[in-house]
Design a protein. Structure first.
Lengths: 801, 195
């Protein structure tokens, strides 16, 4: 049963203070690097200077002679202790945490050392002798996909790891009736999350019984713990994975493999606990989860009246050297490729090409980020070509409030929304007319102000089907994406919630306490929340795909309702009233309409220690676990012309950034930023604003600064924060955030996800702003990030046209 | 990355060629280079140290020198490792002499491949300027040595250097400075070239 949206809430919708802050801000949180275990060793990694080479010989013996060193392992040595990294692809692409015989990207690990200190381990790495035979480097995906190109993986017929042409609806007929076809080529570069704290693990192998404990900042230990167990070669029942606080992830710590495998292999080799925490260069050059790197050829069929009819996308995606998460970022992109628009059909032609670069995984936006950029660029281009105002063309194409739940051509469902209302609120908030006047005034002075506009979807709450439905024969066709919460009320009425997901920087403790407080009518401060390790029997997919608020709310409500029912049964027995005459409110069980109540504390004592006061057959204690299932998963059909519902809780946003572009230097200044989001029922306005603002900051990075640059030899030229540029307070302006609430009909309280929205919208909005600023030059923005060099090139090309 | 340098020295080609054949002397003309060992059959072990700001990179490895006396040309092929950073470098240098009225024109073309941190942290433009600067210094040193009182060619070949140029590691600050100036020159050239 869903809680009625719009009903009066005491805690839902309030900016309850963040429970996590006190320990984090006072330095009392335990991160991987804070884990202290007696006898601990520290690991360092020797990395390949070549992007592609055969390891002709490797000698780690000199490292073993160095002071403080306890073990040094090559990839071949490590094979004695651990398996290759877990892969979710169907293709035979093997990846070892430490390269065996061959390196496939610059920065790949070739040997590891464990020593009594990190610096001793680092020094010892320098003594390892490696003889490389450089191989031809595949740095360009188009060259790599040529039939004669050297193959990166012997088991594959070519470097195109995956290729599929998908059709949803009658694309040809829709294009045939189009009055205009808007064409464009778009480019989205490789980026990654750059969390302040890098990925890491402490692994402690116990030779006496073959068990292992791993402390790490990974996710998914409560979702697919057997995957970790298999990779570490430890029976599932002997593996204990303990979550540490994560200093940010943004998706980059999903199912960490390399750092855990390195720590585990060394722990097995030494019989001692071993810590490996990536340094910044490790993380930049070799982390598991880079974002997409795509070349788009796109066509949008448009009617005489400006209606969008059909979309064709041909995508070449540079996946890098391995394929661990398969084409996952395309499964994701198929959740909302048509944006908020009523587009009847779609052709999606994708090729995932392997090259000598660090691999893709998942990163905030997870493949839907470039999709939003492309559809919004096409919408602006259509407006320009048809001479329709860009606001008006969006209005004409928006899915309307009475059409929900709306099925898009791929089969995914959009649950609810009011896109025009969000657009209107944004236009009003930004005061567009003021900025148009300002633009005109400044142009007279030779200055270029631009007003951006993007109306984008933020799909939330993924279903695991998205990982595999593009395969006809998937290796692991999961259909569950659950989240678990256990709620216990002790004998004195104290509340303890245990959650199965890790802390990744979100506010899951605050949220769970807030929901428990709402359900029982108590104060959130009365609720303690802790994180379960992998031995507690939880099934929790954890953070990812903007799912946590939706899923944790559902699980917490479920566990709360079980306990409320039990409290009512016990109270009804004691008060000799029918159960339906009672309700739980204000920390009590009371008779509806007054006339008798018992406090939860009094009932809890009964439940724990007064067996003779309980109804017959009632089990003692107050503890309930609820595993909340994904709210709407439907299976794909056989021929994959319908992928089913897999990302159905869909938020929406309209962003209006104001920028100034300096045509002399190519510098872009973001002057002001307006964002209106509809993420369903707002659980906690302050937390939601934090997600939106943080996402917009990362979106500014995506639009202006962040890019992995590899040269033709596959050398990573952006291998430090001196070259890989991040947005700072100087680049991120004052951001005005407003909310509209269209509750979801499928979730508890009507909440929707909001973790990726800022980053899913900002790049598209900023591209539009830059194009608007450079309109006098006839410039078209089709590539991000818009670095000063690219801005100047746009101006030059415009002048030449 | 390819860099090249042509320069003219006042001496006759034979004299220049005699010097170029003398590997220990040539190494002394190359800033930052040290000869560690002669391995016979034109193979040598050596080290090249470059300091760029706070970062010192020392490539240690082997090189093969092949000279074609008839053509007065030669080729050096070398590979080295900087253990501290885990960087690798390889180099191919082709050189040749041509007699001209003013003396001898020396042509040196190098193809440098850096891998690992040395390639990544050194921005390509800076590394190019640095390499060009090393070649220019090499040319200057070569000229200085040729201009010094000339021993007989036989002595030069067997008895080592006649003029002892101090071995010095390539200096970070001056190199960085000249490289920055060169980069700026390139930048302005590109601006004026565009307009």
């Amino acid at each position: 049963m869903n809680t009625r949206p719009g009903q009066q809430h005491r805690w839902v919708g309030r900016s309850v203070r963040r429970k996590e802050d006190a320990k984090i801000l006072t330095g009392r949180g335990i991160y991987v690097d804070d884990v202290r275990v007696p006898g601990i060793l520290h690991a360092a990694v020797l990395r390949s200077p070549y992007a592609h080479a055969r390891i002709a010989a490797i000698d780690v013996a000199p490292a073993r002679q160095m002071p403080g060193v306890v073990a040094a392992l090559s990839g071949r040595d490590a094979e004695a202790y651990v398996n290759p990294a877990a892969a979710f692809c169907a293709e035979p692409v093997r990846q070892d945490a430490i390269a065996v015989d061959r390196v496939r990207f610059c920065g790949e690990a070739v040997a590891v050392v464990a020593a009594t200190s990190r610096h001793a381990a680092e020094d010892a790495c320098q003594r390892i002798d490696v003889e490389y035979e450089p191989l031809p480097v595949l740095a360009d995906p188009f060259a790599a996909r040529e039939p004669g190109a050297p193959r990166l993986h012997e088991g594959l017929a070519s470097n195109v790891a995956f290729e599929r042409k998908l059709r949803f609806g009658d694309v040809d007929a829709d294009f045939a009736r189009a009055a205009h076809v808007i064409r464009g080529r778009f480019r989205w570069h490789r980026m990654s999350a750059q969390p302040l704290e890098t990925a890491g693990a402490v692994a402690s192998f116990e030779p006496a019984d073959g068990s292992m404990t791993v402390w790490s900042n990974t996710n998914m230990y409560n979702f697919v713990p057997f995957v970790f167990a298999d990779m570490l070669r430890v029976p599932t029942h002997k593996l204990r994975m303990v979550p540490c606080l994560a200093g940010g992830s943004f998706g980059s710590k999903h199912l960490l493999s390399k750092c855990i495998l390195i720590a585990a292999a060394l722990s097995k080799a030494t019989g001692r606990p071993v810590k490996f925490l990536e340094d910044r260069v490790d993380n930049l050059s070799a982390n598991d989860n880079l974002g997409p790197d795509r070349f788009y050829e796109a066509e949008l069929a448009v009617s005489e009246q400006g209606e969008f009819l059909s979309l064709r996308l041909r995508i070449t995606d540079d996946y890098g050297a391995y394929f661990r998460f398969a084409h996952g970022q395309h499964g994701n992109a198929l959740s909302q490729p048509v944006g908020p628009y009523r587009i009847a059909s779609l052709e999606y032609d994708v090729a995932c090409v392997l090259t000598n670069k660090d691999q893709q995984g998942f990163f905030r936006g997870a493949g839907s980020d470039p999709g939003n950029f492309v559809i919004e660029r096409l919408a602006d281009a259509a407006a320009a070509e048809l001479g329709i105002d860009r606001v008006e063309i969006r209005r004409r194409n928006f899915i309307q409030p009475d059409e929900f739940p709306y099925r898009i051509p791929t089969g995914n469902i959009y649950d609810s929304g009011d896109y025009e209302r969000v657009l209107d609120l944004a236009l009003q908030e930004a005061d567009i007319e003021h900025w148009r006047r300002e633009q005109e005034r400044l142009r007279a002075e030779g200055r270029y102000l631009g007003i951006g506009l993007a109306s984008c979807q933020e799909r939330s709450t993924y279903a695991a089907t998205e990982w595999w439905f593009l395969y006809d024969k998937p290796p692991l066709p999961l259909t569950s994406t659950p989240e678990s919460v256990r709620l216990a009320i002790d004998a004195t009425g104290g509340f303890l919630a245990t959650i199965g997901c890790p802390f990744w920087g979100q506010s899951s403790e605050t949220l769970v306490a807030q929901v428990v407080a709402e359900e029982f009518g108590i104060d959130p401060d009365q609720v303690s929340v802790e994180h379960a390790d992998s031995r507690a029997g939880f099934i929790s997919a954890g953070p990812g795909g903007s799912r946590l608020t939706v899923m944790l709310t559902g699980a917490t409500v479920g566990a709360s309702r079980k306990l409320k029912d039990k409290l009512i049964r016990i109270a009804a027995h004691i008060m000799e009233l029918p159960a339906d005459a009672l309700e739980v409110a204000e920390g009590k069980v009371r008779r509806r309409g007054g006339g008798g109540e018992l406090s939860i504390a009094a009932l809890a004592m009964k439940a724990h220690l007064f067996q003779l006061d309980l109804p017959e057959g009632e089990e003692a204690g107050l503890c309930a676990t609820h595993t909340y299932a994904h709210p709407l998963t439907t299976p794909p059909n056989e021929d994959r012309t319908d992928l089913g519902a897999f990302y159905p809780i869909v938020s929406h946003a309209c962003h209006i950034p104001i920028v100034e572009v300096d045509p002399e230097t190519g510098h872009i200044e973001v002057l002001k930023y307006f964002a209106v989001h509809d993420s369903g029922t707002v659980m906690n306005p302050r937390l939601l604003e934090g997600q939106v603002v943080g996402g917009i900051a990362q979106g500014i990075g995506a639009a202006l600064l962040e890019e992995y640059v590899y040269d033709e030899e596959g050398q990573l030229l952006s291998s430090s924060w001196g070259e890989y540029l991040l947005p700072s307070i100087h680049e991120v302006p004052d951001i005005v955030v407003r909310h509209h609430e269209t509750p979801s009909p499928f979730t508890e309280y009507g909440v929707k996800g909001a973790g990726e929205g800022g980053r899913l919208v900002a790049p598209a909005a900023l591209a539009s702003a830059i194009e608007d600023a450079l309109a006098p030059f006839g410039a078209r923005v089709s590539e991000l990030p818009m670095t000063p060099e690219r801005v100047l090139a746009l101006i030059r090309d415009g002048a030449n046209r | 990355m390819k860099v090249g340098e042509r320069f003219v020295v006042a001496q006759a080609a034979d004299e220049v060629w005699t010097l170029l054949r003398n590997v220990p002397q040539v190494v002394q003309c190359l800033p930052g280079a040290e000869l560690l060992e002669s391995l016979g059959e034109d193979r040598y072990r050596g080290r090249v140290t470059v300091r760029l700001g706070p970062v010192t990179t020392a490539f240690e490895g082997e090189a093969t020198v092949r000279n074609d006396a008839a053509a007065r040309a030669g080729r050096i092929q070398g590979r080295g490792v900087d253990r501290k950073s885990g960087s690798r470098g390889s180099i191919e240098v082709d050189y040749g002499l041509a007699e001209i009225p003013q003396g001898t024109e020396v042509q040196v073309d190098a193809d440098i491949v850096l891998s690992g941190p040395a390639a990544q942290f050194g921005r390509p433009g800076l590394v190019r300027e640095l390499s060009a600067r090393i070649l220019r210094d090499f040319a200057g040193n070569l000229e200085a040595r040729l201009a010094a009182p000339s021993p007989t060619s036989g002595e030069a070949a067997s008895a080592g250097p006649a003029v002892v140029l101090p071995h010095r590691e390539l200096r970070g600050f001056s190199l960085l400075w000249s490289s920055v100036i060169a980069l700026l020159r390139g930048f302005f050239a590109s601006i004026f070239g565009r307009s």
